[in-house]
Write a protein that binds this ligand. Sequence first.
Ligand code: UFG
Length: 334
Amino acid sequence: MSVLVTGGAGYIGSHMVWELLDKGEDVVVIDNLSTGFDWAVAPRAKFVLGDIGDMKLVTRVIEQNSVDTIIHFAGSVVVPESLEKPLEYYENNTVKTRNLIQVAVNTGIDKFIFSSTAAVYGAPMTSGPIREDAVLNPMSPYGSSKLMSEIMLRDTADAHGMRYVMLRYFNVAGCDPDRRTGQSTVGATHLIKIACEAALGKRSNMRVFGTDYETADGSCVRDFIHVSDLAAAHYAALNFLRQGGLKFTANCGYSRGYSVLEVVDAVQRISGNKFPVIRDQRRPGDIPALVANSHRIQSRLSWTPRFDDLDFIVETALAWERKLEGIRPAVAAG
Ligand code: UFG
């Protein structure tokens, strides 16, 4: 049997593929390469270029590869972009997920792991760590598009006997400690990636969006989780389902927040480059503080974080950013 990873050419998906291969699993990837890269897919995985909304294609891939589990990463992930292009987010994240779940039902898939997000909580009532039973009140089309998919998956699972895990990611960063893959997105908007690009001179400065929030230093606060810990959490989720687990929804974070300014300081310190930082207006859609309460995942899945260390996250992100300089020209030339 094999595991289907949608979005396996993207940032988090490509780490998941390595995690599965390292554990001896057979893996097939579907990705339309809208933001991912075929070279990011580990060579031992089978890669199919295509769209997860294409029900015929997905059916064929599942049947031909004896897939019994879907880990679904493919989707659009930028909060501010979702405010400008809501229908694109509902199409990519909700409509296509609906098609994928339909194919899963048709083909008898009984294990489904879904990439959800902290954005489903919206602006939490508390500035402290958020529990999974907090009110779900997304404040962006991105968060809404993911919450709709959570609801579809829950209802379909109840009706058709499918078992599922939904993991709500907080801020994912860093790269594979062995540097086999990393965050390669062109035109990335995520904080640590942007700061690393500035540190390596790929951009002349960076902006901090909002320093007048009601937080300790006025900038937003986020819970940064290392991408390899996140991939390991999915593997623990897979084992939970294999051992008969029925349904599970959990936050993925470290229960600890860092401010945007603290992150920028860390990147400057570790890179040794005090690049210019511009204090700018607030960015639409930003939530002041988002920190996970990660008690549930740590107590119910066999998962213990290995890289709960902002410096390590930044070191690996910087290392990948340097490695990308070598990969991109080769890809462009080839
Ligand atoms: N930021 C800057 N300057 C930049 C980039 C980002 O100040 O150049 C700030 C943002 O304004 C925000 C913080 O850094 O305050 C984090 O922004 P990101 O764009 O890195 O990430 P988001 O918090 O917007 O979103 C991410 C994921 C979502 C997830 C969310 C949960 O993309 O999927 O984290 O915390 F829901």
